[in-house]
Design a protein around this ligand. Structure first.
Ligand code: AMP
Length: 355
């Protein structure tokens, strides 16, 4: 069976005692709540202080209830309330970041997906080991500035929005380089960025089979990144520095993109390798993940990052994308999560998709 899409008629309120789809009010929460509600689920939005006012403008995506905590790390103390609400937590970038991956992973509340994956995503060393051992092409890594050949990017660990990342046109530009913290020096890949939104279903037995389940590609986006965007980044950096501005990659929004059809096999191959290796390393990823890479002019997709949960780029596809439309109508990533939960409940397989 492929994607078990409900028709409008079949969407009835889910049975009593069924999970309440819960997430933090930010990032991709509108879409998560919208998709959950479309499948008849109750929804709960966690917020710091007063519920964000913008929800009033989006009645179809407003959670049924809010759970207000003084600050987001206080979610830890709200576990009894989350349990009482039969919450299933849907992780997204802000949820995990505000809480920290360890604290998030230690919450005694069911989480959609395998929470073990967050430790692999948040540690750049482990992430590289995972992707490289899966045979995924990645930007070269230079041990020291002296090893650099061609343009390079210095990435600091934990740099929010790439703040303080340093771009060097060549090795000479790194002369006298004084790092300000733990970092990696990578080949700066010239090409076009694509952020590919995958969903891995361990339950599905149709479609593009990977492991015991199947891999779906629901969309792609490119991020708008301030203040460096879009082209001529190396030159732009010099201009910015001359003006006394440090370039950053702070994400300000997302734009939909599609890839040349002839490049899809490569992207699927990368997605499949990442899933297969995740099964060997830590029991597998479940649900949404995003492969973030750069297509070079030689048409090699070099992956610089993976997000192992829903990404905000999926927000551009509340009613489906040019890819998801070819699998099922009206399918957002948020709705896909709700559908997987529904199917797992029907088939008695919740343990395979919750952790
Ligand atoms: P990251 O923190 O790894 O997601 O990187 C933030 C941003 O830096 C990305 O969205 C890209 O625009 C850029 N970037 C990261 N790594 C590379 C790379 N190796 N080559 C070119 N651009 C990169």
């Amino acid at each position: 069976m492929g994607i078990p899409l409900s028709t409008e008629e079949r969407v009835a309120p889910v049975a009593a005692g069924s999970p309440t789809i819960t997430t933090v009010c930010s990032h991709s929460s509108l879409q998560i709540f919208h998709g959950a509600r479309a499948e008849g689920y109750r929804t709960l939005g966690i917020c710091a202080g007063t519920p964000p006012r913008y929800y009033e403008a989006f009645p179809l995506a407003r959670p049924d209830e809010f759970l207000s905590v003084p600050t987001l790390p206080d979610i830890v103390g709200a576990v009894p309330r989350l349990k009482a609400a039969t919450a299933v937590l849907v992780p997204h970038g802000s949820f995990v970041e505000y809480l920290g991956p360890e604290r998030f992973a230690s919450l005694d509340v069911p989480v959609f997906g395998n929470r073990a994956v967050l430790g692999w995503e948040s540690d750049r060393e482990k992430e590289r080991m995972w992707l490289e051992s899966a045979g995924v092409p990645m930007p070269r890594r230079y041990a020291t500035p002296a090893d650099v050949e061609g343009p390079a990017i210095v990435k600091y660990y934990g740099a929010k929005g790439g703040k303080g990342f340093f771009l060097a046109k060549n090795r000479e530009a790194l002369d006298g380089f004084q790092p300000t913290g733990p970092h990696v020096i990578q080949e700066y890949v010239l090409g076009t960025r694509y952020y590919c939104h995958f969903f891995y279903s361990p339950l599905s037995t149709e479609g593009y089979r990977v492991g015991n389940g199947s891999l779906e590609l629901l969309g792609m986006d490119r991020r708008d990144e301030a203040n460096i965007d879009e082209l001529y980044k190396l030159g732009a950096q010099e201009e910015l520095l001359r003006a006394g501005i440090r370039p950053t990659f702070v994400v300000t929004g997302n734009v939909p993109v599609v890839l040349r059809e002839s490049l899809l096999p490569q992207v699927f191959d990368v997605g499949a390798r990442i899933v297969e290796r995740s099964i060997e390393l830590f029991g597998g990823m479940v649900g949404p993940f995003c492969v973030e890479g750069i297509m070079t002019e030689e048409l090699v997709f070099k992956v610089f990052e993976i997000s192992t949960r829903i990404v905000a780029g999926t927000n551009v596809y509340v009613h489906g994308s040019p890819y998801s439309d070819l699998a099922a109508p009206d399918l957002s990533m948020g709705r896909r999560i709700a559908l997987e939960l529904k199917r797992a409940r029907t088939e008695g397989r919740l343990r395979e998709i919750l952790s």
